[in-house]
Design a protein around this ligand. Structure first.
Ligand SMILES: Nc1ncnc2c1ncn2[C@@H]1O[C@H](COP(=O)(O)OP(=O)(O)OP(=O)(O)O)[C@@H](O)[C@H]1O
Length: 271
C-alpha cells in the first residue's frame, strides 16, 4: 500500500501564534501545495520564484512569511519603517492583496500597517506614507509617482514581491518597474509570483533575484477552445483596464495582441 505523504502543517512552520490564529479564523485547515513549499523557503530568507495558477493560494504563500518577517524585525527595530513592497499589475489585485494581508495580520493588533497606493486618494496616501506603514502595495506607475514626489523612502525594504509578474510588463509597466529598482537598497529578499514564465518574467528575474529557488506547480494548460482567437469587446473607456486584466488573468489572450481601438494611450502587447 502506498504511504500517504505527510503535509507540513501551518503550526509546524515557525509562524507566530497571532498569524496561526488568523489562519484558523480564515478557516484554512492546511496549507495548499504552493504554500507548503514556499513558506519555509521564504522564512529561511531565500529568493523564490513561484509559478502557479490562479487560485492556488499564492497570496498567502508570500504574505504569511512577509508578515512573520515584519513581526521578527519589529522585536528589535528602533524606528518605524517601510519594510515590504508588493508590486502588482492592477488596482484590483492591489486591493485584493491589501485586504488579504490585513486579514492574515488581523490578530497582530495595530502592530502591522498596510497601504494600497493604487487607489486615487493621493492626499490621504501621503499622510499615511509619512507614518511609514510596514507594507506598501502598489502598481508600478503609482509607486513611481510617489517615489518621484519624495513621498516615501524604500531604503529599509527587506522584502520585494512582484505579483502576477507575467502581467506587470504586459500592462506597460516595464519603464516604471526598472526605475523603481533604483530606489531599493542593495540587499533585500525578492519573491516573484507568476502563472507563466514568459520572457518578461525572465527579464524581471534577472533584475531583482539572486540565486532563486524556482517552485513550479504544474497544472494542465487551458484547452485551446477556451482561448479566444478573435473577439471584439465593446467597453467603456474606464472599464478597459479591468476587462483587460480579467482576460489576461484567465489567460484567454495569451499570445494575442490586444488593441483598444479609439484608445491612444496604450496598446497592450503579447503575453
Ligand atoms: N490554505 C488554504 N486553505 C483554504 N483556502 C485557502 C488557503 N490559502 C488560500 N485560500 C483561499 O483560496 C483562495 C485563493 O487564494 P489566493 O487569492 O491566495 O490564490 P492565488 O493563487 O493568489 O489566486 P489569485 O491569482 O486569484 O489571487 C482565496 O479565497 C483564499 O482565501
Amino acid at each position: 500500500m502506498m504511504e500517504e505523504r505527510k503535509i507540513l502543517q501551518f503550526h509546524e512552520m515557525e509562524l507566530d501564534d497571532r498569524i496561526l490564529k488568523a489562519i484558523s479564523k480564515l478557516g484554512w485547515t492546511e496549507p495548499t501545495l504552493i504554500q507548503e513549499a514556499a513558506i519555509p523557503l521564504l522564512l529561511e530568507g531565500k529568493d523564490v520564484i513561484v509559478k502557479a495558477r490562479t487560485g492556488s493560494g499564492k497570496t498567502a504563500a508570500f504574505a504569511l512569511p512577509l508578515i512573520q518577517k515584519i513581526l521578527n524585525t519589529k522585536m528589535s527595530a528602533t524606528e518605524q519603517c517601510i519594510s515590504a513592497l508588493v508590486l502588482a499589475p492592477s488596482k484590483e489585485l492591489c486591493q485584493q492583496t491589501r485586504v488579504a494581508i490585513e486579514q492574515m495580520s488581523e490578530n497582530c493588533g495595530k502592530v502591522l500597517r498596510v497601504i494600497d497606493l493604487s487607489s486615487s486618494d493621493v492626499v490621504a496616501q501621503r499622510h499615511v506614507l509619512s507614518e511609514r506603514p510596514d507594507v506598501v502595495v502598489s502598481t508600478p506607475a503609482k509607486m513611481l509617482n510617489h517615489l518621484q514626489a519624495n513621498a516615501l523612502n524604500l531604503k529599509n525594504i527587506e522584502t520585494l514581491v512582484v505579483d502576477e509578474a507575467d502581467l506587470v510588463f504586459s500592462f506597460g509597466f516595464e519603464k516604471e518597474f526598472k526605475k523603481i529598482v533604483h530606489y531599493l537598497p542593495p540587499i533585500y529578499q525578492a519573491v516573484l509570483v507568476s502563472a507563466t514564465i514568459t520572457e518578461e518574467v525572465i527579464d524581471i528575474k534577472s533584475i531583482i533575484l539572486k540565486n532563486p529557488v524556482v517552485l513550479r506547480l504544474e497544472e494542465p494548460e487551458l484547452v485551446p477552445e477556451q482561448q479566444l482567437s478573435h473577439q471584439r469587446i465593446i467597453a467603456e473607456e474606464d472599464d478597459k483596464p479591468a476587462i483587460l486584466y480579467a482576460l489576461l488573468k484567465l489567460r484567454l489572450i495569451r499570445g494575442k495582441n490586444v488593441i483598444f481601438v479609439n484608445s491612444v494611450d496604450r496598446c497592450y502587447k503579447q503575453v
